[in-house]
Write a protein that binds this ligand. Structure first.
Ligand SMILES: CC(C)(COP(=O)(O)OP(=O)(O)OC[C@H]1O[C@@H](n2cnc3c(N)ncnc32)[C@H](O)[C@@H]1O)[C@@H](O)C(=O)NCCC(=O)NCCS
Ligand SMILES: Nc1ncnc2c1ncn2[C@@H]1O[C@H](COP(=O)(O)OP(=O)(O)OP(=O)(O)O)[C@@H](O)[C@H]1O
Length: 231
């Protein structure tokens, strides 16, 4: 099974594209969903967040107040590092479990939406391909402000907390430009899906050819040893 990473910037359109790949029949894993799961009350990360940031980051029902915690960590890099140190190992464990489930289901490849793939870099070596969902900065700002009801200043702080999207584009194998209409992105994603399906099909084939060639070479070598007189 092969792993394909999908990343981008905050509100660049990763989840929308991931949903489309899922509709096209791909196995998908959304790391933001995992990140929300592992901070529920009762989980170790929840306890450690309260210890580190205090009860101010809790709602009345005990859930994490994501708005308060978000405002805190997107403005202060040291607080962000602290939250990452608590959540990332737990996210990683859960992601490995989900990936293993896909393997047991016999999936040929799985697409993982990992927002901080290039910031953390740890998972890059396991990925066969990386797709970056790009959109220009003004569009990203507007979409982020609208979706999260943020001021310009707060939205800019969130974008600043990540590597520039242009740098991520340079490190990608495939780029989907989501600056325009959704129908345009959808068209690009459908083409990319077909391309991925084709190219990943060739991998087992190439392996088969290699094994075949190795077997023929060994057979010829043994045959030559039997037929040729020994010195
Ligand atoms: C800070 C939190 C509470 C804000 O919650 P909120 O519901 O507002 O945002 P959500 O979780 O939907 O994340 C939205 C996007 O924010 C960006 N983002 C989230 N966490 C971080 C971070 N630590 N550093 C930089 N960008 C981040 C990503 O692009 C993500 O896709 C939450 O994002 C969180 O718990 N983050 C820590 C876990 C993490 O690193 N998640 C990112 C996936 S590895
Ligand atoms: N092509 C598009 N045209 C208009 N709106 C779009 C387009 N693509 C995405 N959006 C909207 O932009 C917002 C961000 O999209 P989405 O949630 O898919 O981004 P994301 O990269 O997953 O965000 P995050 O990093 O916060 O998880 C959403 O409100 C979505 O509906």
């Amino acid at each position: 099974m092969f792993l394909v990473g999908l990343t981008g910037g905050i509100a660049s359109g990763k989840s929308s594209v991931l949903q489309l790949f899922q509709q096209l029949g791909c196995a998908v894993i959304d790391v933001d969903v995992i990140a929300r799961h592992i901070v529920q009350p009762g989980y170790p990360a929840h306890r450690r967040i309260v210890e580190a940031f205090g009860p101010e980051v809790l709602l009345e029902n005990g859930d994490i107040n994501r708005k308060v915690l978000g405002d805190l960590i997107f403005k202060q890099p040291n607080q962000r590092q602290l939250l990452n140190a608590i959540t990332h190992p737990e996210i990683c464990k859960e992601m490995m479990k989900e990936t293993f489930k896909c393997f047991l289901q016999g999936r040929r490849y799985v697409i993982l939406d990992i927002p901080l793939l290039f910031e953390t870099r740890k998972l890059l070596r396991y990925l066969k391909r990386v797709i970056v969902v790009y959109c220009d900065r003004d569009t990203q700002l507007v979409r982020l402000m609208e979706r999260n009801g943020l001021s310009l200043k707060d939205a800019e702080a969130r974008i600043q907390a990540q590597l520039p999207l242009k740098d991520k584009v340079r490190m990608a194998n495939h780029v989907l430009d989501n600056s325009g209409q959704w129908s345009d992105t959808r068209r690009q994603a459908i083409l990319l899906h077909a391309q991925l399906e084709r190219s990943l099909e060739y991998l087992p084939l190439r392996l088969g050819v290699l094994v075949g060639l190795a077997s023929i070479t060994s057979f010829l070598y043994l045959l030559a040893r039997c037929l040729l007189p020994s010195p």
